[in-house]
Design a protein around this ligand. Structure first.
Ligand code: KIV
Length: 281
């Protein structure tokens, strides 16, 4: 099976096949998701919360994101890897955007993602003109949390929905190869999808799109925090599994049950006398 490319993703959309999109921030998770057949892996700036324990996505730096991106890109054999441009790594200027996006490409990513519509269209054009594949992100855009007033569903009035649809068109014209919609009612998301020809993926935006994104920590049960979005379905309870395994190990160490004889190295060619001598007896 060959690597997923922007052409593969366009082909999936053309055939009406849904793309499978997951976040990953580390080598093992990316390896398992890739083996499971994920089409896209997002090295999301949600790493700030999932991996670093920060309260929102605003505090993660480009340098930190690149560490996660290298690990994921190293693991991906087939999946298309998208690096998420963190807050203030692309907003200040076209040059900043090209340099930051270029750093993700150098780290092994196939594309970058950035948040916003018309107001960042110039940045999207600049990155596209530099030969970099760009995914747009509309709806709930966590890097603008202060302006949005919290994690709120978007596109719930005709004017707000029209703005998102217009933004989607502007991003497509600027060269975006795909658009991600976050936290929209399903019909609103479908309305936006109808306005563009590129693939439109969703997270918390209903089933009527070209693919679904989830945060790996949410489906695996390893997110530590208070945010519990309505759209999350748990597929595993790794939190409980990790805690139980750590507890069992701690008990074995405290009781002297670990390590057992099967975990100890033999003394090799040394006789008991040599062993005693080397111990100064
Ligand atoms: O950083 C991320 O994981 C994201 C998704 C929540 C859309 O941007």
């Amino acid at each position: 099976m060959g690597r997923v490319t922007v052409q593969t993703l366009a082909g999936l959309k053309r055939r009406g096949e849904r793309a499978v999109f997951l976040t990953a921030y580390d080598y093992p998770t990316a390896t398992f998701a890739d083996r499971a057949g994920a089409d896209l892996l997002l090295v999301g700036d949600s790493a700030a919360m999932t991996m670093l324990g920060l309260p929102n996505t605003l505090g993660v730096t480009l340098e930190e994101m690149l560490v996660f991106a290298r690990a994921v890109a190293r693991a991906a054999r087939r999946a298309f890897v998208v690096g998420d441009l963190p807050f203030l790594s692309y907003q200040p200027s076209d040059e900043a955007a090209i340099r930051s996006a270029g750093a993700f490409v150098a780290a092994g990513c196939d594309a970058v993602k950035c948040e916003g519509g018309a107001r960042i269209a110039r940045r999207v054009s600049a990155m596209s003109d530099a030969g970099i594949a760009v995914m747009g992100h509309l709806g709930l855009t966590p890097q603008s949390l202060g302006q949005l007033g919290g994690y709120r569903v978007q596109g719930r009035t005709p004017a707000a929905l029209q703005r998102i649809a217009d933004d989607a068109r502007v991003l497509e014209e600027a060269g975006a190869f795909a658009i991600l919609l976050e936290a929209l009612p399903p019909e609103a998301a479908a309305f936006v999808r109808e306005k563009v020809s590129v693939p439109v993926y969703g997270i918390g935006a209903g089933p009527l799109l070209d693919g679904q994104l989830v945060i790996s920590h949410d489906i695996l049960g390893t997110f530590v925090g208070d945010i519990a979005p309505r759209f999350v379905r748990r597929y595993a309870n790794l939190d409980a599994a990790i805690e139980a395994a750590s507890r069992a190990y701690a008990e074995d160490v405290r009781c002297g049950r670990f390590p057992g004889p099967e975990h100890c190295y033999g003394q090799g060619a040394m006789s008991n006398e040599q062993w005693a001598m080397s111990n100064g007896q």
